[in-house]
Design a protein around this ligand. Structure first.
Ligand code: NAD
Length: 485
């Protein structure tokens, strides 16, 4: 199939492509060039109403569709994503600014894995039964919820969009999904793929628009019974304040300020290779990136020198150039935010060891939003730089002298998404893993993902878990049936 991207994207509602009822459009900008290269609908509650009506009609049959049929359609979507890898990767890079090799290696393959994984989950998901005492048996029905809302961010656009949609569909729900208004194109193309794969009209509805207009309308709609959201902690708070009094099921995957804890006894080369990635992959715009690097004092200077030497080699440039290790950050607004965080770090007494400035590549990217990978030291755990999420190519270094000090620095955060621990001492690693306040702990690795594991954060990083059965349970209503014989 040929995936064409029109200048003006449309919503996908009830199997047809529709302009927003209000006619309002938003510019779509390529962050590597600063050019407006498309328009997208800024949908509102009227468009959401239409989509919900279509989804309610489709639910009657989709919820009754045999698991094997759901499996075949979702698996076909995965196959079509694979077949269209090049077109989807290019679209992702043009929307987001990430290097094309990264979109090809990570973002798009993971989107197809999400569909493939949850296609099989629809065949395997089973309910529990408890052969009971007193001549009774309990069993649990896990029934689809109905119409659910999925709202995703711009940093891993198709990757995170499909991570929500695939389990929701696999469990038999119909979906109203909204990608980030900053990176809408691959979501638009996904509609074309779903159509080709034979997903019935109305089962998946894709609406475009910003948070206040389209996102909030999804959250507020009384017939949307569950919201799966990934994005900032601030938006998560606002969503919870609307959805909780309506008793909606909520899954919130929010911000992070993740610690990377490095001990002198780690496998140094493996650690260094990985910490370069955990710090700066996707320009530091992955919720799992380790932005606070904590280093045992005895190897602090060695780490600092080795790390700076390696980070200097991360070429910043045109995302379409295979030599670029770092592309553009996602938007002008985000560029300004990250640059202001760097200025704040200086005011707080931080010493910039590397970077700290914008980069202007020659040629087509001279108006793009590029920032040099930035390393900062000399800041304590309680300053804003070390407590607030920056979500860009910026890390800080802090030394520690003992396991307990490493733990207190790691936990000195209102966030609790992920941590990574580097040591060959398995007792120390497992002690820390039990004590560190994060939903995900990596020992001697980072972003090593198995889709069966529970994924999510503690504290201000969110509520609930995605992945594997956790996602299938979230997208179903458990009903206990007890009978006596
Ligand atoms: P964002 O919160 O601004 O937007 C996320 C999505 O929510 C977008 O689609 C947006 O339009 C929508 N939205 C915004 N306000 C809304 C509202 N009031 N009601 C409903 N929808 C609303 O986040 P972002 O800037 O797109 O993404 C970056 C953030 O996402 C970072 O904080 C990052 O840590 C977080 N993130 C978390 C995870 C995770 O798994 N925990 C993964 C990726 C990104």
């Amino acid at each position: 199939m040929l995936l064409n991207i029109p200048f003006e994207l449309e919503n996908y509602i009830g199997g047809t492509y529709r302009k927003p009822l209000s006619g309002a459009l938003i510019d779509n900008i390529n962050p590597a060039t600063g050019e407006v290269y498309g328009k997208i609908p800024n949908s509102n509650e009227k468009d959401v109403d239409l989509a919900v009506e279509a989804a309610k009609i489709a639910f009657t049959s989709w919820s009754q569709t045999p698991a094997e049929t759901r499996f075949k359609i979702l698996n076909k979507i995965a196959e079509l994503i694979d077949e269209n890898l090049d077109a989807l990767a290019l679209a992702e890079t043009n929307d987001n600014g990430k290097p094309l090799w990264l979109s090809k290696q990570t973002d798009i393959p993971r989107a197809s894995s999400n569909f493939r994984f949850f296609a099989t989950a629809s065949m395997q998901f089973a309910s529990e039964s408890h052969a009971g005492e007193n001549n009774s048996i309990n069993y649990t029905l896990r029934q689809p919820i109905g119409v659910v809302g999925c709202i995703s961010p711009w940093n891993l656009p198709l990757y995170l969009f499909t991570w929500k949609i695939a389990p929701a569909l696999a469990a038999g729900n119909c979906v109203i999904a909204k990608p980030s208004e900053v990176t809408p194109v691959t979501a638009y193309l996904l509609a074309k793929i779903c159509e080709e794969a034979g997903l019935p009209a109305g089962v998946l509805n894709i609406l475009h628009g910003d948070g206040p207009s389209c996102g909030e309308a999804i959250v507020k709609h009384p017939d949307i019974k569950a919201i799966s959201f990934t994005g900032s902690t601030r938006a998560g708070q606002s969503i919870a304040s609307i959805a909780a009094p309506m008793f909606k099921k909520l899954s919130l995957e929010l911000g992070g300020k993740n610690p990377t804890i490095i001990f002198s006894d780690c496998d140094w080369n493996k650690m260094l290779d990985t910490v370069i990635r955990s710090s700066f992959s996707n320009q530091g715009q992955i919720c799992l990136c380790g932005s606070r690097i904590l280093i045992e004092a005895s190897v602090y200077e060695k780490f600092k020198n080795d790390f700076i030497e390696r980070v200097k080699q991360l070429t910043v440039g045109d995302p379409l150039d295979s030599e670029s290790r770092q592309g553009a950050v996602v938007s002008k607004v985000h560029f300004d935010k990250v640059m202001s965080c760097i200025e704040l770090a200086k005011k707080e007494g931080g010493e910039i060891l590397l970077g700290g400035h914008a980069v202007t590549p020659a040629g087509r990217c001279e108006k793009g939003y590029f920032i040099a990978p930035t390393i900062i030291e000399n800041l304590g755990p309680n300053c804003k730089t070390n407590t607030e999420e920056i979500f860009g190519p910026v890390v800080t270094l802090q030394p520690f002298n003992s396991v307990e000090k490493a733990l207190s620095l790691a936990n000195a955060s209102a966030y609790g998404l992920a941590s990574s621990i580097w040591t060959q001492d398995i007792s120390k690693a497992n002690y820390l893993a039990a004590k560190v306040e994060t939903g995900i702990v990596w020992i001697n690795t980072w972003m090593n993902r198995d889709l069966r594991t529970p994924f999510g954060g503690m504290k201000n990083s969110g509520v609930g878990r995605e992945g594997g059965w956790e996602a299938m349970r979230f997208f179903t209503e458990a009903k206990n049936v007890c009978f006596s014989f």
